[in-house]
Design a protein around this ligand. Structure first.
Ligand code: CTP
Length: 397
């Protein structure tokens, strides 16, 4: 953790005293530690404890050193924000985006990854509201360090006890490592649908929104990669920090990809490219009376296969959207397009489109297979990057 900036947020639960031991371990591991305490946390432990351990001032209020705008400075400087312990109230505030004290402002303002270690009474932990808020935070990419089962302050035995110090330390270390594991990589991602015009008002396209590709781009940036995102028509905003090229047609996407492929070390094709385009694009709106059947089609280039045929050390990952015989079809694509790996999702009944949860299986080689499970597209993006890096390292070892 040498020199990495860890922000420890301590909230008002009895387990707050354990955060002091964790703070000491973080400092010993080389972290530069900033501590933010809520008002209720200070009812359990004094700020002086954390100031002595971190050898830095402890932050307790939005209204201290206002000229420095402390929440924005802390939010920007931190490599990871770890909330230990996190009370039910804090978790609810984060999930809803409330910002009524220094810590909740920092959490809302930061782009650093969040680690959340809940600790509370069993009934509060199991309450549907708490479960839903934790699920919301997890879907947004937070790492939830599940509490253990043990002796609680109420002198009961149950779930809700703050996770062990070693587990917390490992979670923070793991997240910090992930923030750097794509440094030096140049990632090329295609995303979204393509749009093939028949006339000025009609086009051929599909239900893709670009969500999965945008989440892969966001995650790659967070892990330190340089990212080129070639994005078809979508109303979604690409992540700030990516070099985004907006395209409409498959041929435009193909040209943009070819131009950027030379510099890329990893390419991921998530775009739902229209395989066909109207043979003629009419300059004026086609009238019912004009022709019997105005729609004659011709093939579009296969962008991914083009990358596969020309790849020179590029690590190439495709996506396969299938509605039947998923893995057999996807393995055929893996071979045909000369890919290093392919992520398969089941798109029957419109599954897999848009912002909802998805499920992916990654396939490689003759029989390599890893089930990435179900989750939000943001969670799956993180798991897919973990799997891609593991494969890439195994290949180059
Ligand atoms: N792809 C591409 N260019 C195309 C078609 C597909 O780059 N013209 C990429 C997609 O981005 C995806 C992968 O190829 O990564 C698989 O796309 P898919 O449409 O599922 O498969 P196809 O190759 O089109 O095969 P089929 O139509 O037989 O399912």
């Amino acid at each position: 953790m040498n020199g990495r900036r860890v922000l420890l947020g301590v909230t008002g639960g009895i387990a707050a005293y354990k955060a002091a031991a964790l703070a000491s371990r973080l400092v010993q591991a080389g972290a530069i530690l900033d501590v933010v305490m809520t008002r209720d946390a200070r009812r359990f432990v004094g700020a002086a404890t954390f100031a002595a351990l971190s050898r830095r001032p402890v932050h307790t209020s939005l209204w201290e050193r206002t000229a420095e705008i402390p929440h924005i400075a802390l939010a920007r400087e931190s490599d990871v924000v770890a909330i230990v312990p996190a009370t039910a109230n804090t978790i609810a505030k984060f999930a809803l985006g409330l910002a009524d004290d220094l810590l909740s402002n920092v959490v809302l303002a930061t782009r650093a990854p969040l680690v959340i270690a809940p600790a509370m009474n069993t009934a509060m932990l199991e309450h549907a509201a708490t479960r839903a808020h934790l699920e919301t935070l997890r879907a947004r990419g937070a790492t939830i360090v599940e509490p253990g089962i043990g002796f609680l302050a109420e002198r009961e035995h149950g779930a809700g006890r703050l996770a062990d110090e070693d587990v917390l330390l490992a979670a923070i270390e793991g997240v910090l490592q992930r923030t750097r594991d794509l440094v030096g990589e140049r990632v090329l991602i295609t995303a979204g649908p393509t749009r093939e015009a028949l006339d000025p008002v009609r086009f051929l396209s599909n239900a893709a929104t670009g969500t999965q590709g945008i989440e892969l781009a966001r995650e790659a940036l967070a892990r330190g990669a340089a990212v080129d995102l070639v994005l078809g028509p979508t109303s979604l905003e690409p992540p700030a920090g990516a070099n985004t090229v907006r395209v409409a047609t498959a041929r435009e996407m193909d040209a943009a990809v070819r131009e950027r492929a030379r510099d890329a070390t990893i390419a991921i094709a998530t775009a739902a490219v229209a395989d066909w385009r109207p043979a003629t694009t009419h300059a004026h709106k086609v009238k019912k009376s004009d022709e019997a059947a105005p729609l004659e089609l011709e093939r579009n280039p296969d962008i991914l296969a083009g990358l596969g045929a020309a790849k020179d050390g590029l690590f190439l990952v495709g996506f396969a959207a299938e509605t039947e015989a998923f893995e057999v079809n996807a393995r055929a694509k893996l071979r045909r397009k000369q890919l290093d790996a392919i992520a398969v999702n089941d798109v029957g009944d419109q599954r897999g489109f848009g912002a909802g949860p998805n499920a992916l299986v990654l396939l490689w080689g003759a029989d390599g297979r890893k089930d990435l499970g179900r989750g939000s597209k943001r969670e799956l993006a993180a798991r897919l990057w973990d799997a891609i890096l593991e494969l890439k390292r195994a290949g180059s070892a």
